[in-house]
Design a protein around this ligand. Structure first.
Ligand code: FPP
Length: 233
Protein backbone atom coordinates (compact mmCIF):
# COMPACT_ATOMS: atom_id res chain seq x y z
CA UNK A 1 0.00 0.00 0.00
CA UNK A 2 1.18 3.52 -0.74
CA UNK A 3 1.58 5.99 2.05
CA UNK A 4 -1.50 7.65 3.44
CA UNK A 5 -0.71 11.08 4.83
CA UNK A 6 -3.57 13.26 3.71
CA UNK A 7 -7.31 12.59 3.83
CA UNK A 8 -9.81 15.09 2.42
CA UNK A 9 -13.47 14.85 3.43
CA UNK A 10 -16.70 16.12 1.89
CA UNK A 11 -18.91 16.25 4.98
CA UNK A 12 -22.27 15.76 3.27
CA UNK A 13 -25.64 14.74 4.66
CA UNK A 14 -26.22 17.16 7.54
CA UNK A 15 -29.49 18.36 6.03
CA UNK A 16 -30.81 14.83 5.51
CA UNK A 17 -29.76 13.81 9.00
CA UNK A 18 -31.85 16.67 10.41
CA UNK A 19 -34.78 16.02 8.06
CA UNK A 20 -34.92 12.37 9.15
CA UNK A 21 -35.50 13.68 12.68
CA UNK A 22 -37.94 16.45 11.68
CA UNK A 23 -35.38 19.02 12.77
CA UNK A 24 -34.30 22.17 10.91
CA UNK A 25 -31.26 21.70 8.62
CA UNK A 26 -29.17 23.93 10.87
CA UNK A 27 -29.38 21.28 13.63
CA UNK A 28 -27.73 18.87 11.24
CA UNK A 29 -24.88 21.32 10.66
CA UNK A 30 -24.44 21.81 14.41
CA UNK A 31 -24.28 18.05 14.90
CA UNK A 32 -21.85 17.83 11.99
CA UNK A 33 -19.58 20.47 13.50
CA UNK A 34 -19.34 18.38 16.69
CA UNK A 35 -17.90 15.53 14.62
CA UNK A 36 -14.81 17.51 13.65
CA UNK A 37 -13.03 16.99 17.00
CA UNK A 38 -13.69 13.25 16.79
CA UNK A 39 -12.23 13.06 13.29
CA UNK A 40 -9.12 14.93 14.45
CA UNK A 41 -8.62 12.32 17.17
CA UNK A 42 -9.10 9.43 14.73
CA UNK A 43 -6.69 11.01 12.25
CA UNK A 44 -4.07 11.21 14.99
CA UNK A 45 -4.74 7.60 16.03
CA UNK A 46 -4.29 6.29 12.46
CA UNK A 47 -1.23 8.43 11.71
CA UNK A 48 -2.89 10.78 9.22
CA UNK A 49 -0.83 13.98 9.12
CA UNK A 50 -3.14 16.16 7.04
CA UNK A 51 -6.91 16.45 7.13
CA UNK A 52 -8.83 18.73 4.78
CA UNK A 53 -12.51 19.33 5.55
CA UNK A 54 -14.95 20.94 3.13
CA UNK A 55 -16.85 23.26 5.47
CA UNK A 56 -18.28 25.88 3.10
CA UNK A 57 -18.13 26.11 -0.66
CA UNK A 58 -18.22 29.14 -2.94
CA UNK A 59 -21.65 27.81 -4.00
CA UNK A 60 -23.01 27.55 -0.45
CA UNK A 61 -23.77 31.32 -0.40
CA UNK A 62 -26.82 30.44 -2.53
CA UNK A 63 -28.42 28.62 0.41
CA UNK A 64 -31.12 30.44 2.45
CA UNK A 65 -29.75 33.34 4.53
CA UNK A 66 -30.50 31.67 7.83
CA UNK A 67 -28.59 28.53 6.82
CA UNK A 68 -25.57 30.57 5.66
CA UNK A 69 -25.52 32.54 8.90
CA UNK A 70 -25.92 29.35 10.98
CA UNK A 71 -22.89 27.87 9.20
CA UNK A 72 -20.85 31.05 9.74
CA UNK A 73 -21.83 31.00 13.42
CA UNK A 74 -20.67 27.39 13.72
CA UNK A 75 -17.34 28.26 12.14
CA UNK A 76 -16.88 31.16 14.57
CA UNK A 77 -17.78 28.85 17.46
CA UNK A 78 -15.32 26.25 16.20
CA UNK A 79 -12.47 28.76 15.95
CA UNK A 80 -13.28 30.32 19.31
CA UNK A 81 -13.64 27.08 21.23
CA UNK A 82 -11.34 24.65 19.45
CA UNK A 83 -8.15 26.63 18.93
CA UNK A 84 -7.05 25.53 22.40
CA UNK A 85 -7.72 21.90 21.43
CA UNK A 86 -5.61 22.35 18.29
CA UNK A 87 -2.78 23.79 20.40
CA UNK A 88 -3.00 20.94 22.93
CA UNK A 89 -2.87 18.39 20.13
CA UNK A 90 -0.02 20.17 18.31
CA UNK A 91 -2.18 20.66 15.19
CA UNK A 92 -1.57 23.51 12.78
CA UNK A 93 -4.66 25.18 11.27
CA UNK A 94 -4.80 26.33 7.68
CA UNK A 95 -7.63 27.68 5.59
CA UNK A 96 -8.22 27.02 1.90
CA UNK A 97 -10.54 29.48 0.24
CA UNK A 98 -11.31 33.13 -0.44
CA UNK A 99 -10.88 34.33 3.13
CA UNK A 100 -11.08 38.02 2.15
CA UNK A 101 -14.77 37.59 1.27
CA UNK A 102 -15.67 36.47 4.81
CA UNK A 103 -16.86 38.79 7.58
CA UNK A 104 -14.18 40.85 9.37
CA UNK A 105 -15.03 39.06 12.61
CA UNK A 106 -14.50 35.63 11.07
CA UNK A 107 -11.30 36.78 9.32
CA UNK A 108 -9.92 38.01 12.66
CA UNK A 109 -10.73 34.68 14.36
CA UNK A 110 -9.09 32.80 11.50
CA UNK A 111 -5.91 34.91 11.66
CA UNK A 112 -5.76 34.49 15.43
CA UNK A 113 -6.13 30.72 15.25
CA UNK A 114 -3.66 30.39 12.38
CA UNK A 115 -1.10 32.46 14.29
CA UNK A 116 -1.53 30.52 17.53
CA UNK A 117 -1.14 27.14 15.82
CA UNK A 118 1.45 28.06 13.18
CA UNK A 119 4.38 26.25 14.83
CA UNK A 120 2.47 23.04 15.55
CA UNK A 121 4.01 20.01 13.91
CA UNK A 122 2.08 16.82 14.74
CA UNK A 123 -0.70 17.37 12.23
CA UNK A 124 -2.41 19.89 9.97
CA UNK A 125 -6.09 20.66 9.73
CA UNK A 126 -7.14 22.48 6.58
CA UNK A 127 -10.63 23.93 6.64
CA UNK A 128 -11.90 24.60 3.15
CA UNK A 129 -13.95 27.71 3.71
CA UNK A 130 -15.51 29.78 0.95
CA UNK A 131 -13.62 27.26 -1.15
CA UNK A 132 -14.18 26.28 -4.75
CA UNK A 133 -11.80 24.22 -6.87
CA UNK A 134 -12.44 26.49 -9.86
CA UNK A 135 -11.98 29.59 -7.69
CA UNK A 136 -8.68 28.18 -6.42
CA UNK A 137 -7.45 27.55 -9.97
CA UNK A 138 -8.66 30.98 -11.09
CA UNK A 139 -6.83 32.60 -8.18
CA UNK A 140 -3.67 30.61 -9.00
CA UNK A 141 -3.83 31.72 -12.65
CA UNK A 142 -4.18 35.36 -11.52
CA UNK A 143 -1.12 35.05 -9.26
CA UNK A 144 0.88 33.50 -12.10
CA UNK A 145 -0.29 36.15 -14.60
CA UNK A 146 0.80 38.89 -12.19
CA UNK A 147 4.26 37.33 -11.93
CA UNK A 148 4.50 37.21 -15.72
CA UNK A 149 3.33 40.82 -15.98
CA UNK A 150 5.93 41.88 -13.39
CA UNK A 151 8.56 39.98 -15.39
CA UNK A 152 9.25 37.68 -12.45
CA UNK A 153 8.27 34.63 -14.47
CA UNK A 154 8.68 33.57 -18.11
CA UNK A 155 5.69 32.00 -19.83
CA UNK A 156 7.98 29.25 -21.15
CA UNK A 157 9.00 28.26 -17.65
CA UNK A 158 5.42 27.65 -16.43
CA UNK A 159 4.99 24.00 -15.48
CA UNK A 160 2.45 21.92 -13.54
CA UNK A 161 4.65 22.63 -10.52
CA UNK A 162 4.13 26.39 -11.05
CA UNK A 163 0.38 25.85 -10.78
CA UNK A 164 0.73 23.68 -7.66
CA UNK A 165 2.96 26.32 -6.10
CA UNK A 166 0.30 29.00 -6.55
CA UNK A 167 -2.61 27.17 -4.92
CA UNK A 168 -3.90 28.27 -1.49
CA UNK A 169 -1.59 25.97 0.53
CA UNK A 170 1.26 24.91 -1.76
CA UNK A 171 3.21 23.25 1.06
CA UNK A 172 0.49 20.67 1.68
CA UNK A 173 0.82 17.40 -0.26
CA UNK A 174 -2.10 16.25 -2.42
CA UNK A 175 -4.60 14.00 -0.63
CA UNK A 176 -4.18 10.27 -1.27
CA UNK A 177 -7.75 9.58 -0.12
CA UNK A 178 -11.00 11.51 -0.45
CA UNK A 179 -13.95 10.47 1.68
CA UNK A 180 -17.45 11.65 0.82
CA UNK A 181 -20.30 10.96 3.23
CA UNK A 182 -23.97 11.14 2.27
CA UNK A 183 -23.61 8.82 -0.73
CA UNK A 184 -23.49 11.28 -3.65
CA UNK A 185 -21.13 10.36 -6.50
CA UNK A 186 -19.79 13.78 -7.39
CA UNK A 187 -16.86 16.04 -6.56
CA UNK A 188 -18.83 19.28 -5.97
CA UNK A 189 -15.97 21.60 -7.01
CA UNK A 190 -13.65 20.28 -4.27
CA UNK A 191 -9.84 20.22 -4.77
CA UNK A 192 -10.01 19.85 -8.56
CA UNK A 193 -6.26 20.09 -9.12
CA UNK A 194 -5.14 18.21 -6.02
CA UNK A 195 -7.24 15.06 -6.59
CA UNK A 196 -5.67 14.05 -9.91
CA UNK A 197 -4.53 10.70 -8.44
CA UNK A 198 -6.65 10.57 -5.28
CA UNK A 199 -8.58 7.41 -4.38
CA UNK A 200 -12.27 7.94 -3.54
CA UNK A 201 -14.23 6.35 -0.72
CA UNK A 202 -17.94 7.10 -0.72
CA UNK A 203 -20.20 6.05 2.12
CA UNK A 204 -23.96 6.41 2.52
CA UNK A 205 -23.38 7.33 6.17
CA UNK A 206 -24.61 10.88 6.78
CA UNK A 207 -21.91 13.18 8.18
CA UNK A 208 -23.35 13.51 11.73
CA UNK A 209 -23.40 9.68 11.92
CA UNK A 210 -19.82 9.29 10.67
CA UNK A 211 -17.91 7.13 13.14
CA UNK A 212 -14.51 5.62 13.76
CA UNK A 213 -15.48 2.30 12.16
CA UNK A 214 -16.37 4.05 8.89
CA UNK A 215 -13.18 6.12 9.03
CA UNK A 216 -11.14 2.94 9.58
CA UNK A 217 -13.02 1.24 6.77
CA UNK A 218 -12.05 4.05 4.40
CA UNK A 219 -8.41 3.69 5.41
CA UNK A 220 -8.53 -0.10 5.03
CA UNK A 221 -10.14 0.22 1.62
CA UNK A 222 -7.35 2.59 0.58
CA UNK A 223 -4.84 -0.03 1.76
CA UNK A 224 -6.31 -2.57 -0.66
CA UNK A 225 -6.19 -0.33 -3.74
CA UNK A 226 -3.49 -0.71 -6.34
CA UNK A 227 -2.19 2.79 -7.01
CA UNK A 228 -0.59 2.92 -10.42
CA UNK A 229 -0.92 6.65 -11.12
CA UNK A 230 -1.07 5.94 -14.84
CA UNK A 231 1.98 3.67 -14.84
CA UNK A 232 2.04 -0.11 -14.94
CA UNK A 233 3.26 -0.70 -11.42
C1 FPP B 1 -23.27 19.40 3.53
O1 FPP B 1 -24.48 18.93 4.06
C2 FPP B 1 -22.53 20.13 4.54
C3 FPP B 1 -22.25 21.46 4.50
C4 FPP B 1 -22.68 22.33 3.39
C5 FPP B 1 -21.54 22.13 5.61
C6 FPP B 1 -20.54 21.33 6.37
C7 FPP B 1 -20.32 22.04 7.65
C8 FPP B 1 -20.17 21.48 8.87
C9 FPP B 1 -20.06 20.03 9.09
C10 FPP B 1 -20.13 22.33 10.09
C11 FPP B 1 -19.07 23.35 10.19
C12 FPP B 1 -17.69 22.85 10.02
C13 FPP B 1 -16.66 23.09 10.84
C14 FPP B 1 -15.27 22.74 10.40
C15 FPP B 1 -16.82 23.68 12.18
P1 FPP B 1 -25.84 19.27 3.34
O2 FPP B 1 -26.47 20.40 4.05
O3 FPP B 1 -25.61 19.49 1.88
O4 FPP B 1 -26.65 17.94 3.58
P2 FPP B 1 -27.76 17.32 2.63
O5 FPP B 1 -27.04 16.87 1.39
O6 FPP B 1 -28.27 16.18 3.43
O7 FPP B 1 -28.78 18.37 2.38
Amino acid sequence: MGELNHIAIIMDGNGRWAKNRNLPRTYGHAEGAKKVSDVLQWAKKYGIKYLTLYAFSTENWKRPDEEVSALMKLLKKFLTEKTIELIENDICLKIAGRVDELSCELQALIQDSIKKTADNKSGTLVIALNYGGRAELTDAVKKIAEKVQDKKLNIQSITEETLSQNLYNPEIPDPELLIRTGGELRISNFLLWEIAYTEFYITDTLWPDFDEATFRDAINSFGKRERRKGGLL
